[in-house]
Design a protein. Structure first.
Lengths: 242, 315
């Protein structure tokens, strides 16, 4: 597996920001009331993440270590402003639905986390793929939560009426939406349920004799690695490759 | 001779009071209220109680089988949860709604947190609030004698007068188990006599509530004076206060274990219930008051931890 596809796999599966790293919980819980909002939020974040990873990786030898956080914020905020104006201009409905969470992408911990732990230490091309992988992982996570919440909470998927609704006025039998799932508590329930599900799937895969997921394709040494679950078992302290 | 000496480690004396005994007593104590509910609302009430109880027990059984845990349906705790949820449902709601609530209460609120003794809030009330938020329409529509009418509490909130005598007996619209104060009190007296609950939590709850309503009732309703007896009686007999105070606030798992803590807990319940009823958006607030107070229980216990003999004092 070469470096770029490894970064994609890392972001989508191994260190999925939503279900494994548990980063960016604020937009995850708040905007996933429908699948389309989840995808919109995920893709906006992906665009910002790829561009900021690229620029920060280019500037990584120029930015002094002591002021790196303000520098990262300036880079990220510029891209967020661009994305915000583009959304407002071309998809105003999505812009209205996402609301305050678009400007808040600036302080999304996935973006700052990737800048800090990957892009500021690695070359440009892997950083771009890292951004794509993490962004798509985030998008997939949000879309999954959004689809589940939308189906249970309103019987729709991506805006299409999937399950015919019951109508008490005419006595028509059908699906009665469980409204709590498109309200705040539903976000927590669905997030916990899906996280448990993916842990189960990964554990089953590991038990069947595939490579243990946690240690797969760890070739960077611990300094650039964000996997805190590993705890230095793969490369014990002092044996890092760097 | 040596066979007479039985060697074992402590405990040597065991109490005959077990979880199963207590839960069985609670079930028996709930029977008057259930029977009255079925008499009052007819067959739909019976179907609702049956559906919530059966699905609560089934959920517990299936989950524990799947997870290879010890099956604990014999301790009656699932029966109590199911029955309490059923008593908290309007009879006009469809039976599957009660079943869904039971599944949520047992599976999410109780079993996922570790089963009996580990749940952080009352499963029956957790389930009721889940249903209340999900299906607000069906959960707050009360049909009595074929007529959809407001509950006495809703009428009170609108400033209308209510018949306290009817509320005492229970021939009013409401959820299945909450309407008859007399039937609930019979069950509560039974529980107090056998020692399953004591007066500390329900007593402080009701006293605090009365004081709160007495003082602040006039700010919510212009026709009510300071400590208006009729208004207070109506609030005491209306809604889920009695059922909540005697059967749900006293749940062993989700109430404080320390004696001072139980007083704090009861007072918190009274204040929250009064606050929700007088100034909240809906007429009823007992279930939210209880589950919010449930969340405070660990903190209350921490603050009211009794000092061991000899600790503290003058130095």
């Amino acid at each position: 597996m070469n470096k770029c596809t490894e970064r994609l796999f890392n972001g989508l599966v191994k260190e999925n920001p939503t279900f494994v790293l548990m980063l960016g919980m604020c937009p995850t819980l708040a905007v996933t009331t429908s699948a389309i909002n989840g995808v919109g939020m995920g893709l906006s974040t992906t665009v910002v993440l790829v561009l900021s990873n690229m620029l920060i990786s280019m500037l990584r030898k120029i930015i002094p270590d002591s002021v790196r956080m303000p520098a990262f914020i300036v880079v990220v905020a510029s891209f967020v402003t661009i994305v915000q104006f583009l959304l407002e201009g071309f998809v105003p409905s999505l812009y209205d639905a996402l609301g305050i969470y678009i400007p808040l992408i600036v302080v999304n911990c996935i973006i700052l986390g990737r800048a800090e732990s990957y892009a500021s230490k690695n070359p440009v091309i892997p950083s771009i793929f890292d951004g794509i992988g993490m962004g798509l992982g985030f998008t997939v996570g949000l879309a999954a939560i959004g689809v589940v919440r939308e189906i249970i909470g309103s019987g729709k998927a991506f805006g299409f009426q999937l399950l015919p609704l019951a109508d008490s006025a005419t006595g028509k039998a059908g699906f009665v939406p469980v409204t709590i799932f498109i309200l705040a508590p539903g976000a927590f329930l669905v997030l916990a349920g899906l996280t448990a599900l993916q842990n189960k799937v990964k554990r089953n895969a590991a038990r069947k004799g595939k490579k243990p997921v946690e240690t797969a394709s760890c070739g960077e040494g611990c300094a650039s690695c964000t996997n805190s679950a590993c705890g230095g078992k793969v490369f014990p302290a002092g044996n890092e490759k760097e | 001779m040596e066979n007479n000496i039985k060697m074992s480690s402590s405990p040597h004396i065991r109490s005959r009071v077990t979880s199963a005994n207590i839960m069985l007593c609670v079930t028996i104590a709930l029977l008057p209220a259930s029977a009255f509910g079925v008499w009052n609302f007819g067959l739909p009430a019976f179907i609702m109680l049956l559906s919530t109880t059966v699905s609560a027990v089934l959920t517990e059984y299936i989950y524990e089988k799947l997870m290879h845990r010890k099956v604990t349906i014999n301790d009656f705790s699932a029966v109590v949860t199911g029955l309490l949820l059923g008593l908290n449902m309007p009879a006009s709601a469809p039976w599957w709604m009660g079943a869904l609530g039971s599944v949520f209460g047992i599976l999410v609120v109780k079993q996922l947190f570790g089963g009996l003794g580990q749940n952080f809030m009352n499963p029956a009330l957790g389930a009721r609030c889940f249903l209340l938020i999900s299906f607000t329409g069906q959960m707050t529509t009360f049909i009595y004698d074929g007529v959809t009418g407001p509950t006495p509490l809703a009428m009170l909130k609108d400033g209308q007068s209510v018949d306290s005598m009817k509320m005492l007996v229970g021939t009013i619209p409401g959820t299945i188990g909450e309407t008859s104060v007399i039937a609930i009190i019979i069950g509560a007296i039974f529980l107090i006599l056998i020692g399953a609950i004591d007066l500390r939590i329900p007593g402080t709850y009701i006293v605090t509530f009365v004081i709160f309503i007495g003082i602040f009732g006039q700010f919510s309703n212009a026709n009510v004076g300071f400590f208006d007896v009729q208004y207070i009686t109506a609030h005491l007999c209306g809604g889920g206060l009695m059922l909540g105070a005697w059967f749900m606030a006293t749940d062993y798992v989700t109430s404080p274990i320390t004696k001072r803590g139980q007083l704090v807990y009861g007072a918190l319940l009274g204040i929250l219930t009064g606050l929700f009823r007088l100034f909240g958006g809906s007429a009823e607030g007992v279930s939210y008051a209880i589950i919010i107070s449930n969340l405070f229980v660990p903190l209350i216990e921490k603050v009211t931890l009794p000092k061991p003999f000899g600790k503290g004092g003058e130095k």
